[in-house]
Design a protein around this ligand. Structure first.
Ligand code: URA
Ligand code: SF4
Length: 209
């Protein structure tokens, strides 16, 4: 299956999923959206009111702010993949519960495998905890950390910055660092790049092989 086909299959499964109790109260599941070859993947917490209505991620106030943050670095939401750690809205926007995170985690993992992004940006503590279980957001926000060979950048949730004005310049500065992180050639190009000239080895070393 191509990455596009894999993402489509995951979205179909999520649409009818009953793996956890969040399926009882949802109106629409929110699988996530974006190009299969996205270099950056944003992972939020879970659908809110508007996302549940529309079946699309980050379409409310936090989503509008996310789009503004992207625009400031010359990116559009259609350039990136946007997903959540749970795909159905927790009632009254309560925190997702451990068994819900566990039940839904496989969908997110398959999305990451299909997209294979250079950078994952976590938005909010449940998303951060998936990759950096012991991290403190106040200490590591905006920093690129390598986890399983992939860059993870934890950021404050845009909704937090909407509620707490002082976080706005912080999240803006963290976004400003993203273009440099993806300016390196994609991994596939790095693999194809010519390997450096091998040093001439003394003949006797060849017997090692
Ligand atoms: N907040 C999130 O974490 N995810 C969404 O999709 C919308 C708001
Ligand atoms: Fe399924 Fe995830 Fe929705 Fe739970 S939150 S019903 S695991 S798609």
């Amino acid at each position: 299956m191509t990455p596009e086909e894999q993402l489509e299959k995951i979205a179909q499964e999520v649409t009818i999923c009953t793996r956890c109790k969040l399926h009882h109260s949802r109106k629409n599941s929110v699988p996530g959206e974006g190009p299969a070859n996205a270099q950056i993947m944003f992972i939020g917490e879970g659908p809110g009111f508007h996302e549940n209505e529309q079946g699309r991620p980050f379409v409310g106030a936090a989503g509008q702010f996310l789009e503004e943050l992207l625009a400031a670095i010359n990116m559009k939401r259609t350039d990136v993949f946007i997903a959540n750690v749970v795909k159905c809205r927790p009632p009254s926007n309560r925190d997702p519960e451990p068994e819900e995170l566990l039940a839904c985690g496989d969908y997110l993992e398959r999305q990451i495998q299909a997209i294979n992004p250079q950078v994952i940006v976590t938005l909010g503590r449940f998303s951060m905890a998936r990759f950096l279980p012991n991290a403190k957001i106040s200490q590591i926000h905006g920093q690129a950390v390598t986890v399983n060979g992939r860059l993870i950048v934890a950021m404050y949730h845009p909704a937090a910055a909407l509620h707490q004005r002082s976080l706005r310049p912080v999240i803006e500065a963290d976004f400003a660092r993203l273009p440099a992180l993806i300016s390196k050639p994609p991994r596939s190009e790095q693999i194809d790049a010519p390997t450096p000239e091998p040093k001439k080895e003394p003949p006797k070393q060849l017997t090692l092989f």
